[in-house]
Design a protein around this ligand. Structure first.
Ligand code: SAM
Length: 244
């Protein structure tokens, strides 16, 4: 595989990521349930619960790398009817699945926009909150994505990121390692017909910066009152920051 190879240029990385999500788009939601044993639902509930949209008139929310809408729908169900909720993703196939789900569930107010997290098609200081769930790991230039998050948020706006992290519980780390290297690609092979995208997934999790380092990147982008919280022994973490 070339996915884990450091010689892969940044520009190529995006192409590889796009192929992965093009291949899995239609089976993405079922794969999440299978691979996380349903845990992703709890993580997403906790994550979306941190966005305090309830009762805030004209609340503007941006969910980047929003894929099939999991985070946006959770936020939309608690938000005022005049809230502006945007799902942004680079991949048209993922957005198409998201649009179908939005129609089926009656989330008519959620907008879908195809664009790159590194260059957002929105004016400065437009949104009250920005979320990115299991997405920033896939973005080739994380610093650009963070700078864009900062730019489009209003002063006082909140940045929230849900991402795989490092297991900090002794014993669980071994189990997790074995699970990710053996079980995940195997499930991928049987359900999506291809193990390769899931090898990429596991590789990209391993290469993602440690929570402390990622927090300092968030601070470097300008965010203040930053912090993170580990869930499920550190399998995932929620990072938070505010634009001052
Ligand atoms: N947030 C959704 C969720 O939690 O179910 C989807 C996460 S999925 C693992 C990662 C998503 O990131 C894919 O839909 C992919 O197309 C998107 N993505 C990858 N690179 C991107 C980029 N540069 N800009 C925007 N989205 C990107």
């Amino acid at each position: 595989t070339h996915f884990g190879n450091s010689e892969v240029q940044l520009s190529e990385k995006q192409g590889l990521v796009d192929d992965v999500f093009h291949k899995v788009a239609r089976r993405y939601d079922i794969m999440n349930d299978l691979m996380s044993g349903g845990l992703h639902r709890l993580w997403k509930d906790t994550f979306a619960g941190k966005v305090n949209a309830r009762g805030r008139r004209g609340f503007r929310h941006l969910d980047v790398a929003g894929g099939t809408g999991d985070i946006a729908f959770r936020i939309a169900s608690g938000a005022a009817p005049d809230a502006e909720i945007v799902v942004l993703d680079i991949n048209g196939d993922m957005l198409e699945v998201g649009r179908d789900r939005a129609r089926a569930r009656g989330f008519s107010g959620v907008e879908f926009v195809q664009a790159n997290a590194e260059s957002l098609p929105f004016p400065d200081a437009h949104f009250d909150a920005y979320t990115i769930a299991f997405g920033i790991r896939n973005v080739p230039r994380i610093d650009l994505a963070l700078a864009e998050a900062y730019r489009v948020l209003k002063p006082g706006g909140r940045f929230l990121c849900l991402e795989f992290s490092q297991v900090t519980v002794p014993g669980l780390d071994r189990i997790y390692e074995a699970y990710s290297f053996n079980v995940i690609p195997t499930i991928g092979k049987f359900v999506a017909g291809d193990a390769e995208p899931y090898r990429y997934l596991v590789e990209s999790i391993r290469k993602f910066p440690a929570a402390e380092e990622f927090e300092s990147m968030i601070r470097k982008a300008g965010f203040r009152r930053t912090g993170f919280e580990r869930l499920t022994g550190g399998v995932v973490a929620i990072h938070s920051g505010w634009k001052s």
